[in-house]
Design a protein around this ligand. Sequence first.
Ligand code: SF4
Length: 237
Amino acid sequence: MNVNKVVRQHLEMEQFFSGFTPKGKDRASEPQEQEDNMAVAEKTVELEKIAEQVRQCRKCDLGSLRTNAVPGEGNSNARIMFVGEAPGADEDAQGRPFVGRAGQLLNKIIEACGLKRSDVFIGNILKCRPPENRDPRAEEIISCLPFLQRQIEIIDPEIIVALGAHAAKTLLNTTKSIGQLRGQFHEYYAGIGRPPTKLMATYHTAYLLRNYSPENRRRVWEDMKKVLAELGLPVPQ
Ligand code: SF4
């Protein structure tokens, strides 16, 4: 089953009927005052609407198993959007993304980049925790991915950082391994008529914690340095 194709068709139908139109991405050709089609305040409102829909959602079985849904959080006008796999136990308990040990490591990475957590947006492919942190199932991704796709369209980040194999493979619609995908920029396609967004794939911080070798840490850091360079931000050595 082509998960991304099914989800995109679903999303396009939903947008057709809802009238929601994502902004274009040719920032360089737009006057500064028109850089964003949607003002930051409007983006925040739209994101909160999605978050509320997520909290009410029962589109897949995970909805009845969760303690809290985890819609995602952060800067509604973020230049970088981090996307992980799914909430874990800590995230399920708090209703916030990346707040456990893996989240603390992500915070350190963000700070090492010279940024604050409030500068970026952090979300997941699935908004509810799979039992025992098992892998997401195809039908769960099909049900849930439209939420993330709409968040990406509203925030319109310059770069998506896909954390781990599930996020990278889902957003790129590929079966390649994270080892093959990481370290280079790819393009995330939001659908027909929409410009692509640059996507950097790297290891999930939970994987990094389990395999905390100097080599893996160096790889993630190299990936993030490419992101900073692409954004024209200072690259710490
Ligand atoms: S995982 Fe996603 S689709 Fe499933 S119930 Fe939660 S919010 Fe809804």
